[in-house]
Ligand binder design. Structure first.
Ligand code: ADP
Ligand code: ASP
Ligand code: MG
Length: 407
C-alpha cells in the first residue's frame, strides 16, 4: 500500500491511512506500506537547498530532500501502534534499497525483502520511507526523482512478491485526462501497461514513469485508488493490466499534457550531410533528451530551418551548448520559446485505426489553435501548441474522442 503526499498531509490524514491499513490487516493480509512526505514538504526542502548557497551539491540535496519521508514513516508507525498493531518504520538504507549513484534521479538496482518478510511472520507492519535508497559503494542516501515513491512501492512489491501494489492518491484512479483540468474526465476501470507508460511519460503525473516500467517488467499488479474513500468501505479504482485483459478498447484512451517543454529553432542551417549530427551530437553528449524534431525543406536547397523540443529543465543548457557550437553547425539565428505545451492522445486502438491524428488537427484548427510541431508513434500522437491554449486543446480532444463523462 503506497500513500502519496496529500494522503499523509497532516496527522488526521495519517490516522486515516492507518485505518486503510487496518482494514487489510483485519482481512488477514500481510502489509508493507510506502509513504511519501507530507504534501508540499519536498518542494519546501528543494527550495531550501537552492536558497542555502551557491555550492549546490547533489549528494547533500538527496540527504536533505529524503528527510520528508522519514517523518511520515515514523508517524504512521506510531498511528498504527496506537491502533494496537505492531509496526515499525524503515528508512531506505535499512532495508536496504540499493540504487545507482545518479543523485536526484537514482535507479533502484536491488532490494532485499528478507527483513520485511521476517517481520510479516510476527504480524509486524513495515512502514517504508518512499523516494529514497542508498548507493552501496559510497554509502550515501539517494533519491529516485520527483514522484519516486511510486517506484519505491512497485520495487518493494516485486522484492517481497506481493499479490498487489495499491497506489493510494488524491483521485480515485487513472482518468481519461487530468480531472483537475477537465471536469468531464472519466475514471478508467482498466488501463494497459503500454498506455499507462505513455500517459505517464507524456505528462500525466498520477504515476511516476519508472514505477510503470518496473511493474510491467516484474509483473506487479498495480491498482490506483483513493485514500479519501471511507477506509471501511473503499470504492473502485483503476487496475493497470495487460492489454489482453481489457475487453472493450477505445481508439483513444486518454489525453495527457506537459507544460515542461522548451522549443528551440535554428534558422538557415546548411542543408548538407552531417548537420543533424553536428546539432544533436553535443546535446546527446550532455545527456539532453530531444523529443519532437522538425526539419524544413528549403527552397534554395542550400540552407534549412530546424526546430525541436527539450524538457523545460534542459532548455537553457541546450541553448548555450548550441550557441557554443555555432561555428561547427553554421546557423544564422537561434531562438527559443518556453510558453509551449505538448498535448498527446494515447490509445492502443491507434494501431488499427487510421486518421486518428488527422481528426485532431482539424478540430484544433477549428478552434484557431496553431500547431507548432507534431510527432506520432504506434499508440500516440503529440502536438506542440501555445501554452495559453492548454485547457481548450485538452478539452477539445477529450470531447472529440468521446471521452467526456455522460450526464
Ligand atoms: P501523490 O501525491 O498521491 O503521489 P500526485 O499529485 O503525484 O499524487 O498524482 C495525483 C494527481 O495526478 C491528481 O491529483 C491529478 O491532478 C493528477 N493527474 C494527472 N493526470 C491524471 C490522470 N490521467 N488521471 C488521474 N490523475 C491525474
Ligand atoms: N515526496 C517526493 C516528491 O514529492 C516523492 C513522492 O511524493 O513520490 O517528489
Ligand atoms: Mg505522485
Amino acid at each position: 500500500m503506497k500513500f502519496g503526499g496529500t494522503s499523509v498531509a497532516d496527522l488526521e490524514r495519517i490516522r486515516n491511512v492507518a485505518r486503510h491499513v487496518k482494514r487489510e490487516m483485519d482481512a488477514g493480509q500481510e502489509v508493507a506500506v510506502v509513504v511519501s512526505a507530507m504534501a508540499g514538504k519536498t518542494n519546501e526542502l528543494v527550495a531550501w537547498c537552492r536558497e542555502t548557497g551557491s555550492h549546490f551539491d547533489n549528494e547533500e540535496y538527496d540527504a536533505i530532500v529524503a528527510s520528508g519521508e522519514l517523518v511520515t514513516a515514523g508517524l504512521l508507525a506510531l498511528a498504527l501502534r496506537d491502533m494496537g498493531f505492531q509496526a515499525r518504520s524503515w528508512q531506505g538504507w535499512q532495508i536496504p534499497i540499493l540504487t545507482d549513484d545518479a543523485h536526484g534521479a537514482a535507479r533502484i538496482q536491488k532490494i532485499d525483502g528478507r527483513a520485511l518478510i521476517e517481520g510479516f511472520g510476527r504480524r509486524e507492519i513495515a512502514v517504508v520511507a518512499g523516494f529514497q535508497g542508498v548507493h552501496a559503494r559510497t554509502n550515501r542516501v539517494t533519491t529516485l526523482g520527483r514522484g519516486g515513491s511510486d517506484t519505491s512501492a512497485v520495487g518493494l512489491a516485486a522484492a517481497i512478491g506481493a499479490d498487489r501494489c495499491d497506489i493510494y492518491t488524491d483521485v480515485d484512479g487513472v482518468y481519461t485526462t487530468d480531472p483537475r483540468v477537465v471536469p468531464k474526465a472519466r475514471r478508467l476501470d482498466k488501463v494497459s501497461f503500454e498506455e499507462m507508460l505513455e500517459m505517464a511519460s507524456l505528462g500525466a503525473k498520477v504515476l511516476q514513469v519508472r514505477s510503470v516500467e518496473m511493474a510491467m517488467v516484474h509483473k506487479v499488479r498495480l491498482y490506483v485508488r483513493s485514500s479519501f474513500d471511507d477506509p471501511a468501505n473503499p470504492k473502485l479504482g483503476t487496475l493497470i493490466c495487460d492489454e489482453e485483459d481489457i475487453m472493450e478498447q477505445q481508439i483513444v484512451t486518454g489525453i495527457a499534457f506537459s507544460r515542461d517543454e522548451g522549443q528551440i529553432t535554428l534558422r538557415d542551417v546548411a542543408d548538407k550531410p552531417g548537420v543533424a549530427a553536428a546539432i544533436f551530437g553535443p546535446l546527446a553528449d550532455a545527456n539532453i533528451n530531444v523529443d519532437m524534431i522538425i526539419q524544413v525543406v528549403s527552397d534554395d536547397t542550400t540552407t534549412t530551418d530546424l526546430t525541436f523540443t527539450v524538457s523545460g529543465a534542459d532548455f537553457e543548457r541546450a541553448k548555450s551548448i548550441l550557441a557554443n557550437s555555432r561555428e561547427a553547425i553554421g546557423f544564422t539565428k537561434l531562438s527559443g520559446a518556453q510558453d509551449v505545451v505538448k498535448i498527446s492522445a494515447i490509445g492502443v486502438g491507434m494501431r488499427s485505426h487510421s486518421g486518428v491524428a488527422a481528426r485532431a488537427f482539424r478540430a484544433l484548427a477549428d478552434k484557431g489553435i496553431n500547431i507548432r510541431a507534431i510527432t506520432t508513434s504506434e499508440i500516440k500522437f503529440s502536438v506542440l501548441i501555445d501554452e495559453a491554449y492548454t485547457e481548450l486543446a485538452v478539452r477539445t480532444l477529450h470531447t472529440l474522442y468521446g471521452l467526456d463523462a455522460r450526464g
